[in-house]
Design a protein around this ligand. Structure first.
Ligand SMILES: *Cc1c(COP(=O)(O)O)cnc(C)c1O
Length: 223
């Protein structure tokens, strides 16, 4: 706990202006979040619905929560209306469900589409072609209560820096292809969320304007 403020302030000072820091507090207690909050942080990331709902109850209401975990369909109705941004929309089915539950709840959900480029089999997300196809077919037009704000992605979990850079570059290219396609007429599509504790510098070099940093601020997680 003692180091959270110091860790946070060091990372905050290293992140360039124009890049938003999301402090990933999953598996850490509310007191840890509070310490970072007192140091000035307002955007936090959580990966489990139950944990997020508990923290929302305990912690200040001006925190902007980012949901970054795999979202199970049976949890969607409990989540909508709570986070500032759902970063981990990993299938069209999930997107449609978020949309219908948001409409029912009378809220608008802001989301990022998660793209999968990493080599691990376990990671969730749209395949690049699948995501481009979704936009080309204008799948976003039928959304009633959901706004797609950009893209989230992760690099392969490896020490090979060139591999990591290549992954981030690919995510960045997909993002720009969609953002810069004027025929799509997207508005407010301007967030590229990529980079974690071990690789955020590379992500920023490759164009990230949002980074999600957990262990480098809060220490190791005990699952
Ligand atoms: C846990 C998590 C992070 C933070 O990871 P650290 O390595 O602890 O910084 C970032 N993004 C996602 C999607 C995560 O699940």
């Amino acid at each position: 706990m003692l180091n959270i403020t110091q860790n946070f302030e060091r990372i905050r000072s290293e992140i360039p202006e124009g890049v938003e820091l999301i402090a990933v507090s999953k598996f850490h207690p509310a007191e840890a979040v509070m310490e970072c909050y007192k140091a000035g942080q307002r955007a936090f990331g959580e990966s489990r619905v139950q944990e997020l709902l508990e923290k929302i109850k305990e912690l200040p209401s001006d925190i902007r929560w980012h949901f970054i975990g795999h979202l199970q369909t049976n949890k969607v109705r409990h989540l909508v209306g709570k986070p500032w941004l759902i970063e981990s929309v990993d299938s069209e089915r999930l997107l449609r469900l978020i949309d219908s539950e948001s409409e029912k709840a009378g809220v608008v959900s802001r989301v990022l589409m998660q793209v999968h480029v990493a080599k691990e089999e376990t990671k969730f997300g749209f395949w690049p072609e699948e995501l481009l196809d979704f936009f080309r077919k204008r799948g976003f037009e039928s959304l009633k209560a959901t706004h797609i704000c950009g893209i989230m992605g992760m690099a392969s979990n490896t020490d090979d820096e060139e591999r990591v850079r290549a992954d981030f570059r690919q995510i960045s290219e997909i993002y720009k292809t969609i953002r810069d396609d004027e025929t799509l007429g997207l508005r407010g599509f301007d967030i590229l969320s990529m980079g974690m504790s071990g690789d955020w510098q590379i992500a920023v070099e490759e164009g990230a304007d949002m980074v999600r940093i957990g262990s480098a601020i809060f220490g190791e997680r005990h699952y």
